[in-house]
Each structure stands twice: as structure tokens, then as C-alpha cells.
Write a protein that binds this ligand. Sequence first.
Ligand code: MLC
Ligand code: AMP
Length: 484
Amino acid sequence: MNALFPRLEAPGDDVALKVGGGAVTSLQLAEATAALRARVTQAGFGAGARIAVWTQGSLETAIALVAGAAAGFEVVPLDPKLGPLELSHIVKDAAPVMAFGADPAAVAGRIAVETLPLSPALRAHPGPRAPTREVDDAPLLILYTSGTTGLPKGAVLTARNVAFDLDALAKAWRWTAADTVVHALPLFHVHGLVLGLYGSIRVGGALNWFPRFLPREISEALSEGTTVFFAVPTMFHRLSEAAEADPEVIRGLRHARLLVSGSAALPQRDQLRLEALTGRRVLERYGLTETLINCAVRLDDPPAAGVVGAAIDGIELKLVDDERRTLDARDDSTIGEIAVRGPHVFAGYLNRPDATAAVKDADGWFFTGDLACMKPDGRLRIVGRRATDLIKCGGYKVGAGEVEAALLEHPAVREAAVLGAPDDDLGERIVAYVVLSRPAPAQELQDFVASQLSPHKRPREVHFVDELPRNAMGKVVKAKLRRG
Ligand code: MLC
Ligand code: AMP
């Protein structure tokens, strides 16, 4: 037996999840797994059925995401703040047979399939517990991720992808059942869900999840026991700001066994600032929704600016040129695109063989679109990405095209061009250049995008221009906008 979550096969009174003052043991998680399986079976669906879980900020949400996976279902986490356009696309594309939510009233009527309340669905089931899910090659998660244009694509991740990647990270960081992971990340993306939640249940001791990021709360949680903190760079930036004003925040950061940053580049100035304040270095790791984590700084790696570590154990990683030919340069200066191959690479995009073929070749290599230099010992330094129309804002990936399309839905917008501008806090902020057909305030356009898409995709800055710079082919030249 090779269970995805081995502790659910021999559950006990060990605390596995803590959220907002509530907690559950592994025994309660195992019982919730049996209960959810019974509920879905009772509705006429068997193993492999696709269920949606709204990731509302509660303990029940975290339980359901584990229980759904352990019971053998395909899980589609839904961001409760998804805009109508994205939501209808996701629900149509993934077609979940059932949906669950901790607070169904808050999402009532938002999708065609009825949202069932989680509390009865997770209540202990009196029958015997069946074995939980094994590490197999069947889909486990459908995670939606943005591209440069069009609607988000559903990345299909298997149980093997997840188990393999988590085990490699456990080795890299000596992550064990003695660790409690603390994080305040959303549970609908790889970072919070796969690393934070599934990692804690497969490898670690417990997860202490904070649905909202508040530096003081995080630092208090880090002060208790042996803790590991996973966060995006924006959170480290805000923690260092808070630490400068509040010694209690420093105490928590000093106490943690491990501080890990990912989902976007951690600026060197934030790394140095945190180190000066707390004496602790933040370890970086690098990944994508489609591949989970590819590289990680190991515990005993020498400190090096901007380095995301070497490939995790058991995968292949190379740099390639524009024609995808291998670049054999470990000189820390030749720039190439990162390509990876291994058991962590996703099965493909749901219903999108064309999009899958564009990123994954017949030999199993996945082309990340990220540009890096490799050191002689294989450690990588990420220097940029191929697609300038992909923006990483607060660790969220946002396609310029989806924001432009949303802006164009506003009756006052004639033309729109969107790009990412460097931002000390968010890494990149979303900036819109707009040609109006009638007057409209910037705030109205920002609110409009926030109502059409997830609010984190709203432009943080709007510039009104008389016309957009275009080349002879009529294509907008964003570089000219960038230069101002
Ligand atoms: C603001 N809000 C609005 C609004 N303006 N709502 C409606 N209309 C408007 N005009 C709301 C927001 O919804 C939010 O609500 C609150 O106000 C604050 O919004 P914000 O300003 O956008 O939040 P911010 O403070 O900027 O968030 C920073 C952050 C967040 C760091 C907390 O960006 C974050 O959680 N990032 C994590 C992203 C992540 O997990 N990425 C992993 C991808 S996986 P409310 O209620 O929500 O507060 C990946 C692979 C890998 O990359 O390697 O890991
Ligand atoms: P997502 O599609 O949201 O999973 O985002 C994946 C992208 O995040 C990658 O392609 C990288 O561009 C970026 N990313 C993740 N981790 C890092 C990191 N440590 N440093 C720089 N960029 C990162």
C-alpha cells in the first residue's frame, strides 16, 4: 500500500489541521474522508468523480480538500472571489458533478451545480473506513492558471505528481512530522494547497492555516513549536515592514525553523532586510502550477543572491535556446529557458491538447517559459520570463490579455493595453493604459475589472492616453508604453 496520505491509514489523535482556533486530528480527517466518500457515493458517483470545493476561509474547507483527495475524487478548488467570466468558464470546462462549500449561502446561485454544505458532508461516518487513495497516475487536482491571453486553463495534476514532488521537498528541507507548517496562502493554487496543505498531511506534522495574511498573527503562530513558514515574496516584504515597527514580529520570524519563499522572485533587498532584522535567511524555491516545484535551496546550500537552488532530486532540468536546443552552459551567465522532465510534470491541460502540446514535447520535456542562468553546481538564478504579457502580482499569475479583455467590456473603454510594472510590494503591479470613448474615472475601471475577474487581477494603476503606440502591423508596442 502506497497511500497518498499515509497517516490517514493509521490515524490517531495527532493534530493535523488548525484554522482559526479550531483543530482536527488525523483520525477526524480519516472519518471526514469516509463521510465525504459516502456522501458522493450516495449521490450516485464513484471513485474518480470530479467535485468542486469553494475555498472559503474555514477549517472545513481545508478538511474537505484533504478528504476529497483521500477519498479518491478529482478535486477542483474554486476561488470564492472568481469573477463571473472565469467562474462560468471553469465550471463549464471542469464540469464537476457536485460542489461543496463551508458557507453555501455566500456562493448561492453562482454556478449551475448546487453547492452543498460541508458540515453534514464531513460528519463522521459510522461504517468501516475504506483504504484511502494510493499514489496513482489518475488526476487528483484540476488547478486553473492564466495564460497570456484567453481564459485560464485547467492543469491536471496526478497523485504521483503531488507525492513525488512533496517527498523531494521533504528531503531537501528535512521536513518531517515534527514540523508545523504555517501559511496564509489561498487554497486554490499550488503553493497553499499542494505544498502547504497536502504537504503537511503527507509529510509534515500539521498545518496552521490563516485564511487572511496578518503579520502579527503569523509571527505569533511561528513562535509556537517547530514551525515552517511558506509565503510569497509580498508577504515577506510586508513582514519585514511590520518587523521594523514591532519586535514581536521579529521574535516569530527568528523562532521558525524554516522560512521559504516562492511563486515569484524574492527581491534581494527584502532578503537582506529580513536577515538584518532577524538573523534568518529565507530559502527560495521555484515552481509552476504545471510542474509543482522544480528547484529548491537546500538547508545547507551556501547563501547566494537570487538563487532558487538546484533541481529537486529525481527530475531532469536543462536550459534551452530559442529553438529548444539544449544549452550546455553552467557559467552563471548564459541565459536559457528552463525545461524540466520527471514524475512531477502534469498530465496536461484539461480539454486543451493543443495548449498541452505547446508546452510539453513528445519526450516529456516541459518548457517553462522562465529564463535563467545555471551555476557550475546546477543551481539556478532566474533572470526573467519569455512572455512579457504574463504578470506576477503578489505571487498571482495574471495574463495581460484577460485584463485587457475585461477592460474592453466597459462601455467607456475604446482601447486598452495592460502590462506589469516593477513594484516593491507586489513584485509587479498591473498597469493599464486606456483610450476612452467617454469620460470615466480610473477607480470605476479598477472596480469594473475587480467585478468581472478575481479582484487581485484589477489594475493598480490606470493611465489615460489619446492613442496606443502601434507598429506598422497595427500591434500595440508595449515597450513604448513602458518607457513612458
Ligand atoms: C480590493 N479588493 C477589492 C477591490 N480592491 N474588492 C473588490 N473591488 C475592488 N476594487 C479586496 C480584495 O478582494 C481583498 O479582499 C482585499 O480587498 C485586499 O485586496 P488586495 O489589495 O488585492 O490584496 P493584497 O493586499 O494586494 O494581497 C497581497 C497578498 C495576495 C500577498 C496577500 O496577493 C496573496 O494572497 N498572494 C498569494 C498568491 C499565491 O498564492 N500564489 C501562488 C500561485 S502558485 P480579501 O477579502 O481577499 O482580503 C505558483 C507556483 C509556485 O506560483 O511556485 O508556488
Ligand atoms: P503559476 O502559474 O502561478 O504557478 O506561476 C508560475 C510562475 O511563477 C513561474 O513560471 C515563474 O515565473 C514564477 N515563479 C515561481 N517561483 C519563483 C521564484 N522562486 N522565483 C522567480 N519566479 C518564480
